[in-house]
Design a protein around this ligand. Sequence first.
Ligand code: HEM
Length: 185
Amino acid sequence: MNSLKRSSNQEWNRKQSRKIEDLLSRFIKNGESSPQFLRDIVISFILAGRDTTSSALCWFFRLLSLNPDAEKNILKELETIRTSSGKSTGESYTFDELREMNYLHAAISEALRLYPPAPADTVACKSKDKLPDGTVVEKDWFVTYHVYAMGRMEGLWGKDCGDFVPERLELRKERIELQSLCAHV
Ligand code: HEM
């Protein structure tokens, strides 16, 4: 236990000395967050970020194991980025390098499309509103959207809507931001 504490302290100090700030540190640093607020932020991160991320990664790696060509494409992309930056295996990627990983981005988004960790989501209406198609939503009504079904609609994604095809997102790079947002949920 002590060595665990020591190593997490060392990690904290290392990050501090390199001035790397995570989101929680930023909340603490702005000085406006009460201890209760910080506690609630941490709990929301743990609850919202744990099962979603692990579910997304499980499906992603399962799909890769079933689609070796996609795995090869990802490795090729990483290799190209490594070569151009002159880094060796084991060194961390920078945010700029991450931004160059278009195929990986498409592959993760495609996995999220097929297996969204939050397959349905419900929101409550604060005041009377209208959906884009004109449907009226009264105050206090609930609206549920079904991400799992939307991600598999043939009308939206085509005949191969059930297949894992990262290229469908990669080929439409100009739309990937929008597609990723949809696939994210
Ligand atoms: C693949 C990973 C994730 C998926 C699929 C996912 C999915 C979602 C969905 C569907 C919502 C509800 C959005 C809405 O109703 O408007 C949401 C909200 C939220 N997520 Fe995630 N999430 C992921 C990862 C994370 C992580 C890693 C964190 C934190 C470290 C996080 C923190 C939150 C928080 C705080 C909210 C509430 C935002 C708000 O209501 O303003 N999520 N997420």
